[in-house]
Design a binder for this molecule. Sequence first.
Ligand SMILES: [Fe+2]
Length: 144
Amino acid sequence: MKIFICKVCGHIEFNSAPGNCPVCYAPEEKFEQNDKIFIESEEKSKEASPKHIPAIQIIKECHLIKEQACTDVLVRIGEVLHPMEEKHFIMFIDCYLDYKYVSRVMLSPNVWASGLYHLKTAGKKVTIVEKCNIHGFWMAEAAL
Ligand SMILES: [Fe+2]
């Protein structure tokens, strides 16, 4: 699959670069194609995989948005919890539905390496992308 990265904010788009970055609104020219970005992170630091590959939980019964159908996507980085320290932390977690961008959770060393999305729309597959300030981009997927 084609992967495009926004050089301004690190947002990733699948298949094609957008007119403007949906996160920071940078124009299309700021996107750079690198289909191997996830493979590169893994190859650079193989031993780091358990602390970086997103662990995804899908919960279909939301207790917060009772009024409507809601699919909750809970994410932690990773199966072995990633540290959140001034010098080494997860910068953001982006969520996609069927490879279309949904939303970003911005993180800082003051919170755990985790994210939560209350999906309104139905889909088949959730993709989660995260960026570590030291170890780069990692992703995982889950069926809905
Ligand atoms: Fe890391």
